[in-house]
Design a protein around this ligand. Sequence first.
Ligand SMILES: NC(=O)c1ccc[n+]([C@@H]2O[C@H](COP(=O)([O-])OP(=O)(O)OC[C@H]3O[C@@H](n4cnc5c(N)ncnc54)[C@H](O)[C@@H]3O)[C@@H](O)[C@H]2O)c1
Length: 322
Amino acid sequence: MKDFAGKIAVVTGGGTGMGRELVRQLVAEGCNVAMCDVSVDAMAETKQLCEAEKLPQGLRVTAHVADVSIEDQLRRFRDELIAEQATDRIHLLFNNAGIGGGGSLFTSTREQWERTFNICWGGVYLGVRTFLPLLVKADEAHIVNTSSVNGFWASVGMGVSHTAYSAAKFAVKGFTEALINDLRLNAPHVKCSLVMPGHIGTSIVSNTRKVQSGTESDRLNPNEILQARQRLQGMGIDTAPMSDEEIQQIALDRARTFRDEAPTTASAAAKIILDGVKAGRWRILVGDDAHKLDERVRQTPERAYDPEFYRSFAEEVGWRLG
Ligand SMILES: NC(=O)c1ccc[n+]([C@@H]2O[C@H](COP(=O)([O-])OP(=O)(O)OC[C@H]3O[C@@H](n4cnc5c(N)ncnc54)[C@H](O)[C@@H]3O)[C@@H](O)[C@H]2O)c1
């Protein structure tokens, strides 16, 4: 697909981060967008930003509350889209919504683990299932599934457990790669791409907390304080002398630095993703860190989970995660 003007795109998780930037850049190119998110306020802000940047005449930007891990909510989103965008087809599907967390079988609860897995994997799978009939009806269409570098490397550093997210992102990668041929055989006018971002400056750390704890508050509850202590201890930091207030502050700082000190902005990431779709690439790595990690894992797969592998990679790209 060379051009997005006049097309209709679905973006999941359009309220903030890369989803928001995808919505803005698609709209700027004259593409109609239907976004979903769990946050009404975040979507309202995205819509406002699009309007402030001047919506091309007659363009439709619609916002729909839907949790991508719940099939009934995705179906309601699809039905609202059909009515509000007055269409029976779409051209682009960005399965972008995701959260982190749920890292450990020991220190996370089963509920947290499955929430992360069901959003990051289930959201992509159900998104494709729900919107495939509308994509197939278009003359040409493209599915864009967001995985991560954690789709080929299951870690964010040796001090942190990262099982649910990695399992989900590997699943997204396998599913999307297999989908290439399934589409070629059965719907050759529909293509797909796999997005594997490195560290991108977004609010995913604080948004994850909000989704996992079901609160809009930035303050950690006692259970989260305990988990934050366990995380820091895993990183070799002695938290025994630290007060709960100090732990709160460290958690807030971590979310802020993740957003503000990333090597790639959400806006630059969205541009790389859209350029990759236009170039017809199925494999879209986002950021120099993602390219470098991809090379290193392929060069020395057996060493990929050695502390030295991470130390030397983190030093090369300037990562301060995990
Ligand atoms: N930021 C990074 O460094 C990074 C790296 C690799 C991959 N990713 C992936 O990129 C995607 C976008 O992440 P981001 O960094 O822009 O995060 P973000 O938190 O800024 O944006 C994600 C959006 O999805 C929404 N969301 C969360 N759970 C949802 C659900 N169940 N249903 C619908 N919407 C939901 C959030 O409210 C938020 O608006 C995710 O799949 C993430 O895993 C991010």
